[in-house]
Design a protein. Structure first.
Length: 136
């Protein structure tokens, strides 16, 4: 009987030790897990505005929503944006305005159409495109 109790005691000590030491071993792992995506800075917000323009061009309302008040290209021009993809190559922010060097490409075959300088302004706390010319 004494022997059986001795094994149980050893098992209990092992389980208790494992339980007490697990935070030591797992603490490093748990502490290094990132919580959510990294925060975006102003340049990231402007870049995502540029890269999302093709998606927003699907509807007149969505397209107009990414432009500063009254600056959205007309309906005929919107169709040209729908066929393109856009990449912000560089973003320079100066207070409430930004200048973006943009590369435009064809969605169908990925052909590069060219580069243009676009501008954006911060309006009601949100970045909006002010000018977004397509390459000629």
């Amino acid at each position: 009987m004494k022997r059986h109790f001795g094994r149980l005691g050893g098992l209990t000590v092992f389980v208790l030790a494992a339980f007490l030491l697990s935070p030591v071993f797992l603490g490093g792992c748990i502490g290094s897990i990132e919580t959510g995506p990294p925060e975006m800075d102003e340049s990231d917000h402007v870049s995502s505005l540029v890269s999302g323009l093709g998606d927003h061009s699907g509807s007149a309302k969505g397209f107009a929503s990414v432009f500063a008040d009254g600056n959205a290209p007309d309906e005929k021009q919107r169709a040209a944006y729908r066929d393109c993809s856009f990449r912000a190559d560089s973003v320079e922010i100066d207070g409430q305005s930004a200048t973006i060097q943009v590369t435009a490409g064809k969605m169908a075959d990925g052909q590069i159409l060219g580069q243009e300088a676009w501008t954006a302004v911060k309006q009601d706390g949100q970045w909006k495109l002010e000018t977004a010319p397509l390459p000629q």
